[in-house]
Design a protein. Structure first.
Length: 142
């Protein structure tokens, strides 16, 4: 109990908590805007249901991701040593995430510079926007 009281008195903990709250609010607003933009492209009778499902899934995913990050931060036991540095699972996950971001950014820049050669892009695919089976049938003319 005294450890919890000591944490509550630490300014670093309060700054981290306030930072996390601000980030969650900003990301939550971003989710609302993004879901609203996407659902406005649906037929009017499906928009409300799609918004509720989208916001619900965004909330569940955010909580799941926060739990995953809290778990990853605890993976500090060294797995192996490379170049005189002890590498843990947390380090490997962060390195893999960084490499993914570099790869994704490079691919996006390449696509922006030469979009004609990018055949894997979902932007080039022509699909009807639909929500559920009912909307897909309407979009396809059934």
């Amino acid at each position: 109990m005294s450890e919890l009281f000591a944490l509550a008195q630490s300014p670093e903990v309060w700054v981290a908590l306030i930072t996390l709250i601000v980030m969650e609010v900003v990301l939550g607003i971003d989710n609302l805007i993004f879901i609203s933009i996407l659902t406005n492209k649906l037929p009017p009778e499906n928009r409300e249901r799609a918004r509720k499902i989208g916001i619900g899934l965004a909330l569940v995913m955010r909580l799941g991701l926060l739990a995953t990050v809290a778990w990853i931060v605890q993976l500090t036991q060294p797995v192996f040593t490379a170049f005189g540095a002890e590498i843990s699972w947390k380090d490997m996950i962060l390195i893999a995430g960084g490499l993914f971001l570099v790869w994704k950014a490079t691919r996006e820049i390449h696509h922006a510079m030469d979009p004609a050669h990018d055949t894997d892009s979902p932007v080039t695919a022509h699909r009807a926007i639909a929500f559920g089976n009912l909307s897909a049938k309407r979009a396809n003319g059934a």
